[in-house]
Design a protein around this ligand. Structure first.
Ligand code: CP3
Length: 344
C-alpha cells in the first residue's frame, strides 16, 4: 500500500537511485506564504493550535517544492505546556517557559496521560494532513527527546551550553531523572496519538544530545530513545522512527542498534564519508547539508549537495539539511538543492 512512498522505502532499508528529500523547518519564516499565514494566526503558538492554519503551513512547502515528506507543523515545547508549564515566545529571541528547579515545581506537573486535552488540536492537524497530502508524500510526526525538552523546562529558555540542566543533574539527580521519566512517558503518549491520527513515521529531535558526554549520553540520550522506540513499536507494529541525536559525534556509531531507530539523522559536524563508513553501515541515514548553503547558494551549494548524494549512494539515505533552515534563507536555493539532488 505504501510501497510507492520513497521515504518509507528508504526507511525500510532500500537503497534508491535518487535519495528522497525533505528539509527540517521546511515550513518556516524563509517562505513568504508562511509569514502571511503566521500573521493571520497572530502568533506562533496560535498557529500551532489552529489545525486549519497549521495544516495550511505544513502543505505550503509541499505545494511549492514537492518534497517527499511533510512534517507536522507544531513545536517540541508543546509537550511541557501540555504537562502544565507556562510557555510563550518572545519575538526575535525564542521560547520562554516557567522553570522546573525543585520538587514543588515537579509535583505541579500533570501526569503524562493528561496531555491529550491540550494536544488534541495537533492530532486534528495530523488527521487533516493524512487526508490532504498527495499519495506519494510521507507524513512525519515528531516530538522532542526528553533531554532536549528538559533543558528548556529547567532553564526556562534556550541556553548555549544547557548549563542549568547539567547543574540540576549534578545537584539533584533524583529530581532530574524524575523529570526525564515524566517526559519519556509523555513523549510515548504524544507520538502514539500522532501515529493513531495518521503519522506514517515519527522523528525524535534530541537537538542538545551533543552536550551529554560519556555515560550521561548513554543514560539520558540513548536510554530514553530506546524506551520510546520500543514502546511505539510494541503499540504500532513496525512504525518507522528517525532519531536525531544532534552533534552526537562518535556516539552516532551504533545508535541504530542501541535504540532500535530505523534511521539516524546526521548533523553537518560529521562528514558524509564518515557517516557512510560508520553509521550508514547500520541502517538508513538522513542528512546532512549545512543550512548556510540555503543562504549562500551558488556553486558551493551544488558541489556540496552532489558530494553528500555521492557519499551516501551505496546505502539507504534520505537527503536533508544538518539542522533547520534559517529565516534568512533564499527560497530559490531550496529549489536549487532539490534540482541538484533529483537531477544530478
Ligand atoms: O520542521 C518543521 O518544519 C516542523 C515544525 C517544527 C518547528 N519546530 C516549528 C517552529 C519542528 C520540528 C520544530 C522542532 C523544534 N522546536 C526543536 C528541535 C529542532 C531544532 O531546531 O533543534 C527545538 C529546539 C524547538 C524549540 C524552538 N521553537 C525554538 C528554540 C524556537 C525559536 C527559534 C526560532 O527559530 O525562532 C522555536 C520556534 C519555531 N518552531 C519556529 C518554527 C517555524 C519559528 C516561529 C516563528 O514563526 O516565529
Amino acid at each position: 500500500m505504501t510501497a510507492h512512498k520513497t521515504i518509507l522505502r528508504a526507511l525500510a532499508g532500500e537503497t534508491l537511485e535518487t535519495p528522497p528529500i525533505w528539509m527540517m523547518r521546511q515550513a518556516g519564516r524563509y517562505l513568504p506564504e508562511y509569514k502571511a499565514t503566521r500573521a493571520e494566526a497572530g502568533d506562533f503558538l496560535s498557529l500551532c493550535y489552529n489545525s486549519d492554519l497549521a495544516t495550511e503551513v505544513t502543505l505550503q512547502p509541499i505545494r511549492r517544492y514537492g518534497f517527499d515528506a511533510a512534517i507536522l507543523f507544531a513545536d517540541i515545547l508543546l509537550v511541557p505546556q501540555a504537562l502544565g508549564a507556562d510557555l510563550w515566545f518572545v519575538t526575535g529571541e525564542g521560547p520562554r517557559l516557567s522553570t522546573i528547579t525543585n520538587e514543588a515545581g515537579f509535583k505541579a506537573l500533570k501526569p503524562a496521560s493528561d496531555i491529550h486535552e491540550t494536544l488534541n488540536p495537533i492530532y486534528q492537524t495530523v488527521r487533516n494532513l493524512a487526508a490532504a497530502l498527495p499519495k506519494e508524500t510521507t507524513l512525519i510526526g515528531f516530538a522532542g527527546a526528553p533531554w532536549t525538552v528538559a533543558t528548556y523546562m529547567i532553564a526556562g529558555q534556550g541556553t548555549p551550553d544547557q548549563g542549568p540542566a547539567h547543574a540540576l543533574k549534578a545537584e539533584n539527580k533524583d529530581l532530574f531523572e524524575a523529570l526525564l521519566e515524566r517526559l519519556t512517558e509523555a513523549t510515548i503518549e504524544y507520538l502514539s496519538a500522532q501515529i493513531e491520527a495518521g503519522a506514517e513515521c515519527v522523528k525524535l529531535f534530541d537537538s542538545w544530545a551533543g552536550s551529554l558526554k560519556g555515560e550521561d549520553f548513554d543514560n539520558y540520550a540513548t536510554a530514553p530513545a530506546k524506551r520510546i522506540i520500543a514502546e511505539l513499536k510494541a503499540r504500532h507494529g513496525d512504525i518507522p522512527i528517525i532519531a536525531f541525536p544532534r552533534q552526537a559525534g562518535d556516539k552516532y556509531i551504533g545508535f541504530h542498534e542501541k535504540t532500535g531507530a530505523d534511521c539516524v539523522a546526521l548533523d553537518d559536524s560529521v562528514s558524509p564519508e564518515w557517516g557512510a563508513a560508520n553509521v550508514q553501515t547500520s541502517g538508513c541515514v538522513q542528512g546532512n547539508l549545512a543550512s548556510r548553503h540555503m543562504v549562500t547558494g551558488g556553486d558551493d551549494l551544488v558541489r556540496e549537495t552532489r558530494h553528500i548524494v555521492d557519499a551516501f549512494k551505496n546505502g539507504p539515505h534520505i537527503f536533508n539539511l544538518g539542522h533547520g533552515i534559517t529565516p534568512d534563507a533564499d527560497p530559490d536555493n531550496v529549489q536549487l538543492m532539490i534540482d541538484t539532488v533529483r537531477g544530478g
